[in-house]
Design a protein around this ligand. Structure first.
Ligand SMILES: [Zn+2]
Length: 406
């Protein structure tokens, strides 16, 4: 396989955090620090009624049974050879797409069954308390939108619940696509049914999963050593199949399928991809702008369960810092350049100016909600105005956003 052009940022462990305030090492003291964070007036120059924007990452879904990337049991830790598929590879290589969809086919059932956890529901409760105005997530699992459909949520890197055509940019539900994959790949469907029946996909214990030769990654795919990926078939975009699209050079695209409806060579259009921003792909300008507006409309930033290793997330946190917003980071393990976010804090502050704690979100956030309710704290956050992103994939007109070149 061709050597990747871009390297994955920060796959080695980041330096451990300095806890802020230094007392916030236990659950009650972390709750106390975050209570101060949310009840202190926003720094000077920011509107007093402005709420908090959340920026979340893969660690938030660990309690839902998904692996994160850089945590202790994260994908990059446990499987040193893991690398996600690159956008250019997906677009240009039929074999790579077979492999991608085969793994995704096996992973979908588990992902689809997975549910938001106590951390996501605590975010909903913080929204109801008037503390959180909007959420920006890097996660593609749709847990935020499931847990709190009423808080505006921007899915920075897209979502797995849809596929999108790379020619006509129409979106299709991933659920129906799964049925098509099962129809086109009966042997794989049989294997999947057996794996489900044996419970091999049910365990949330990463060691157990590995022992059974199966591992669910945060991208919703499954690793299966020695699988005959090359036999896997996937459908073409139904819209482009009916009316072949124009290509960038002005010629008419070719979309051909086999007798069952599977995409085949020499087709050069009608390729469906997951509606996520793949490695090396651009984030749409509208999504980038909406994320910046969510930061600009808030007085505080709450970073949840991400190491901010991808530049798209890090630059949003940096933007918050540059605006003078107070920042709280809840993450197990180090965060990219985290000194940047806590420079200039009064060493005696108790959390009002900034917080850095290292506790699991599914334990800490519900405890925080309980404390805020007990003490009758209510925020005045106005819900952010932006609408949830619809179709984040695509590169038509988007600025090239070389997320992974850092
Ligand atoms: Zn299409």
């Amino acid at each position: 396989m061709r050597k990747p052009l871009m390297r994955i940022p920060f796959t080695e462990l980041l330096p451990p955090p300095v806890i802020i305030p230094s007392s916030a090492k236990t659950l009650p003291s972390a709750v106390a620090a975050l209570t101060q964070f949310f009840t202190s007036p926003p720094p000077r120059g920011l509107p007093p009624a402005s709420g908090t924007v959340v920026l979340s990452g893969a660690g938030l879904s660990v309690a839902s049974g998904l692996a994160d990337y850089r945590g202790t049991n994260g994908t990059y830790r446990v499987n040193k050879t893991y690398r996600p598929i690159y956008y250019h590879e997906f677009l240009s290589n039929h074999e790579a797409r077979k492999r991608y969809w085969a793994r995704s086919f096996l992973g979908w059932t588990t992902l689809h069954k997975s549910q938001p956890n106590a951390g996501h529901y605590a975010v909903r409760d913080l929204g109801q308390l008037g503390i959180i105005s909007s959420v920006i997530t890097q996660n593609v699992d749709s847990f935020h939108t499931k847990a709190h459909p009423h808080i505006p949520t921007l899915e920075l890197h897209g979502y797995l619940r849809s596929t999108v055509c790379t020619s006509c940019w129409n979106e299709f539900p991933r659920d129906a696509f799964q049925n098509e994959l099962a129809r086109l790949n009966p042997k794989w469907a049989e294997f999947l049914a057996e794996a489900i029946a044996s419970g091999a996909l049910d365990t949330e214990d990463p060691h157990e999963k590995r022992a059974r030769g199966i591992r669910l990654n945060p991208d919703g795919d499954v690793e299966l050593p020695e699988a005959p990926y090359t036999t896997f078939r996937y459908p073409a975009c139904p819209t482009c199949l009916t009316s072949p699209p124009s290509l960038a050079d002005g010629t008419r695209g070719t979309v051909e399928v086999d007798h069952d409806g599977a995409w085949k060579s020499p087709s050069n259009a009608g390729i469906l991809k997951p509606a996520v921003v793949m490695f090396g792909e651009s984030i749409r300008n509208e999504v980038k702008t909406a994320a910046e507006e969510a930061i600009d409309g808030a007085g505080r930033l709450l970073v949840l369960a991400t190491s901010l290793a991808t530049y798209s997330a890090w630059r949003l946190a940096k933007r918050a810092k540059d605006r003078g917003m107070s920042i709280a980071i809840v993450n197990i393990g180090g965060v990219r350049g985290e000194d940047t976010f806590f420079g200039g804090l009064d060493p005696h502050q108790g959390g009002g100016q900034g917080v850095r704690v290292e506790l699991p979100t599914d334990a800490l956030l519900p405890a925080l909600v309980e404390e805020l309710r007990r003490s009758g704290v209510r925020g005045t956050a106005q819900r952010a105005k932006f609408q949830p992103a619809t179709m984040p994939a695509g590169d038509n007109g988007a600025a090239v956003f070389k997320d992974m070149l850092s």
